[in-house]
Design a protein around this ligand. Structure first.
Ligand code: SF4
Length: 274
């Protein structure tokens, strides 16, 4: 990480022709990515990194973990909001809006600032956001100018520090993520946890004890879940399909007893269709 400390955003930003887009993952889901790359450097591997590499946006993992801000993001968004009126905007599908800087044990201030300005601009147009991070939520978000319809989430698939070191080495500590989400919940936001990609026990020996993780997030409004793809080790775990169904059932049961909404995918994994 030493090399990363030489990096300065002002020398290193990118210009884009557009910002808002309709994502291919769901009907009418609008998203934006105001940063290229992600310092969290997940090694699941990261799908966004694989895509960026295959489209020639970055050449290597080392380049990916040196994030570059989209310098004209606000200008583009102002223009695009004259043309489009999305019901909600997802931040982000191929980077992280509240990126953690492992060296300083804090968020990257430039990314945090730009993310807050983007959310403020969207919210001023009465457009809420759905955010997801492996960083943490800053206290500034509790300001009353931010719509309480914003839906704020963290990704959390383990509490095991050894697992984190190996697969999401530079993301924010688990406890910090959870603590910040609880603050957002207390401030009146709708909160959620994305448990994807959930590991098999050969990748994380603690994965079978999902109850421990659930106990830490019993305050949230919604939980979503997904299996681990793009890693051949998953299929080496005997009966991995059955395992995922059992974990999903435990989560659904937990959600039902805590009045937490389960995502449709989570129900599907648990074999519940409705
Ligand atoms: S936090 Fe998300 S975008 Fe960033 S490296 Fe990890 S998986 Fe990729």
């Amino acid at each position: 990480m030493e090399e990363l400390s030489l990096f300065r955003f002002e020398d290193n930003c990118v210009y884009r022709k557009s910002l808002l887009y309709r994502s291919g993952i769901g009907k009418n889901i609008w998203a934006l990515n105001h940063v290229q790359g992600c310092a969290h450097g997940c090694r699941f591997p990261c799908y966004a990194f694989m895509m960026a590499k295959s489209f020639g946006r970055v050449k290597s993992y080392e380049e990916w973990i040196r994030p570059r801000i989209v310098c004209n993001a606000l200008e583009l968004l102002r223009k695009e909001l004259r043309k489009y009126r999305p019901e909600r905007v997802t931040m982000c599908l191929s980077t992280d809006p509240f990126m953690y800087d492992m060296r300083r044990r804090d968020l990257f201030p430039e990314i945090k600032q730009l993310t807050l300005e983007i959310i403020a601009l969207l919210n001023a147009h009465r457009i809420p956001v759905t955010a997801l991070t492996k960083g943490f939520y800053p206290d500034e978000l509790t300001d009353e100018k931010f719509l309480r319809e914003n839906k704020l989430g963290i990704t959390l698939v383990s509490l095991n520090p050894e697992f984190k070191k190996k697969y999401e080495p530079f993301s924010a500590p688990y406890e910090l993520r959870i603590e910040s989400l609880r603050k957002m919940h207390d401030a009146g936001f709708r909160t959620w946890v994305n448990m994807e990609p959930y590991p098999t026990p050969n990748l994380d020996p603690e994965a079978q004890k999902v109850e421990r993780l659930l106990g830490k997030i019993n305050f949230v409004d919604e939980i979503s879940f997904g299996r681990w793809n793009y890693n051949p080790e998953v299929k080496k775990f005997k009966d991995h399909r059955k395992y995922y169904a059992e974990i999903a059932k435990k989560i659904v049961k937990f959600c039902e007893s805590h009045r937490i909404r389960c995502s449709d995918r989570l129900r599907k994994y648990a074999g519940i269709h409705r």
